[in-house]
Design a protein around this ligand. Sequence first.
Ligand code: BTN
Length: 334
Amino acid sequence: MKEKILWILRKAEDYVSGQELCEQLGVSRTAVWKVIGQLKEEGYEIEGVKNRGYRISSIPDVMTAAEIGSRLNTKDMGRCCISYGETDSTNTRAKQLAEEGKPHGTLVCAERQTGGKGRRGRIWSSPPGEAIYMSLLLRPSISPSHTSMLTLVMGLSAAKACNEVLYRKLGENAPKVQVKWPNDLVLEGRKLAGILTELNSEVDYVHYVVTGIGINVNTKGFPEEIAATANSLHIATRETFSRAELTACCMKYFEECYEIFVQTEDMSALKKEYESLLVNIGRQVQVLEPGHAYTGKALGINDKGELLVEREEDGQITAVYAGEVSVRGIYGYV
Ligand code: BTN
């Protein structure tokens, strides 16, 4: 009901009468009044004027299920949304919720993570109130060997969502978010977001996939170790963004891209758009395979989502599989 009230009040340009809210929601005036009280406690400014009704005048930047849900237009993605003020890791929570039977498309978010996980056992610093920490539970009917491409699908969707909210604020002058194959989003050559995809499967059957993303949205500064290579939407633009709006926008694009992906179980239909946002393209990269490193030029991706690299030493084109390597720019992070 909270979600619906938020949706109605935000859409309305003017006051909405208590009567109208009751009728649309099929509940009593007292029930509406109670929810309005809760919203005020959560930081919403809602004016209540006798004979006119309620009007929302300020929306806090919160990552609650109600705020996100009130902005969703999707069929599956985020329809079941579970939010925490604080949790260890949204990926860990999503895996637990998967075991408990939560549906495909369940979205898990948190204001703060106490055990945020990065790739390869690294820590993902997750202070409260400024970034997005979210994980999406998927139950795809695809081969386990194709699931790593879901990281690319999330990267593409999140980059499109960031570019949409940047465009809404800044129009044509907005800086462009790009994808750094396979796991990162990049803004002005620095890391804006990271993706961690985890799989629970048998050899030939996927139980579920959790794809989690951390996006630096309103972050004003970073710990010294990452300050030179990290960026946020706020640092790049000096604007403040609604994290719930960006989250809902990610869900919209993820649903679109996911539907395209599962038809072929590969990147063939998404490749062109992915490459248009790929920061590595045409750049020198260093491929760090276990026990072997080489440099080359990134040319794009193939249908399997592998990065195509023209090796400097012999000009051969190698398809680099995400799970095996780390790809770095030869002069720095990109
Ligand atoms: C990386 O770049 O190393 C991947 C970082 C992934 C971080 C996100 S934040 C939400 C989700 N929960 C986690 O514990 N990790 C991912």
